[in-house]
Design a protein. Structure first.
Length: 66
């Protein structure tokens, strides 16, 4: 298992990653990204990526990939 604590803005977030983030920090809503909410309140929560996408801002993600 690989464990990373951050992504930089513009980096690719892979499919099937667990991501803890607050999409409001990027003035976005989670439904604007290929993610499935696992547990969230408004824009903050734990999400599983269902496809690759570009990190909208720096320092917002924890990625756990098998």
């Amino acid at each position: 298992m690989q464990l990373d604590d951050t992504f930089r803005a513009g980096e690719t977030i892979p499919s099937n990653a667990l991501i803890a983030t607050n999409f409001v920090e990027a003035n976005r809503h989670h439904n604007q990204f290929p993610v499935e909410p696992i547990c969230h309140f408004r824009s903050w929560g734990l999400f599983k990526s269902t496809g690759e996408y570009i990190a909208p801002y720096e320092g917002a993600y924890w990625n756990i990939v098998p």
